[in-house]
Design a protein around this ligand. Structure first.
Ligand code: PEP
Length: 253
């Protein structure tokens, strides 16, 4: 039985005051929620403050990205050690806004996964196809190429605790959500690849989130899909009510 994991990716949104309110509101709701793991990924400048506000709420803190190098002349980047220093336990890697907005390659994502694991951070590795790739019947190839590049060279024990987020690019921030059949199929492709590449037991242990326009009114249905183990949430994680609604959806599915 895999515990669903829901993470809020705040992207380049919020300010310090609303971040504080958001954490307080989610923290309050945690008391009535069982059987779901919850995390937030604030913008870098707010990580330390949000970490303090999270206190012992049980909500984990995640970076939205990191460099694979441990230090050096990389203007604007942060390292794994810096994320750990401010209290992160997790880091989102390979988000489509990094891959498609900044040209990050599957191989670079792979280097980041190695660096995160070496540092002791738990990566949430995003994979997903564009609309053009889906329409060209290339979804499976794209997912497997991204997975192979991200996890090549690891053994299953190296990857313990791994979280994958299946995020179809066409569903991110668009209000268009994958159907339960589309989500189920993609998750099945990824889990079958994990079983073949590593082992059945490892594949069964990995949590695969769905991400792409998850809202309170579709969360329960998506979470009920076989093989969907939670969600990575963008827009709906920026206010207490919708985010808590999604958390409730995950616990009721
Ligand atoms: C995301 O950015 O990972 C995401 C899924 O965004 P949204 O929920 O807004 O589609």
């Amino acid at each position: 039985m895999r515990t669903p994991v829901i993470a809020g990716n705040w992207k380049m949104n919020t300010d310090a005051a609303s971040a504080r309110d958001l954490v307080a509101g989610i923290g309050q709701a945690m008391a009535e929620l069982n059987g779901v793991e919850v995390g937030v990924a604030p913008p870098f400048p707010y990580l330390e403050m949000v970490g303090r506000e999270l206190g012992n709420s049980g909500i984990f803190l995640a970076g939205q990205d990191m460099h694979w190098e441990t230090g050096g002349a990389f203007t604007g980047d942060v390292s794994s050690a810096m994320l750990l220093d401010v209290g992160c336990t997790h880091v989102i890697l390979g988000h489509s806004e990094r891959r498609h907005g900044w040209g990050e390659t599957p191989e670079q994502v792979g280097k980041k996964v190695v660096a995160a694991k070496e540092a002791g951070l738990k990566p949430i590795v995003c994979v997903g196809e564009t609309l053009e790739e889906r329409q060209g019947d290339r979804t499976k190839d794209v997912l497997l190429h991204q997975a192979e590049a991200a996890f090549a060279g690891f053994s299953e024990s190296d990857l313990a605790g791994l979280i994958i987020a299946y995020e179809p690019v066409w569903a991110i921030g668009t209000g268009v959500v994958a159907t339960t059949a589309q989500a189920g199929e993609a998750h099945q492709i990824l889990r079958a690849w994990l079983a073949e590449r590593f082992s059945n037991s490892f594949a069964e242990s990995v949590r695969i989130q769905y991400g792409g326009s998850v809202k309170p009114d579709n969360a329960a249905e998506l979470m009920a899909v076989d093989g969907v183990d939670g969600a990575l949430v963008g827009g709906a994680s920026l206010k207490v009510e919708p985010f808590v609604g999604i958390l409730r959806g995950a616990t009721s599915s």
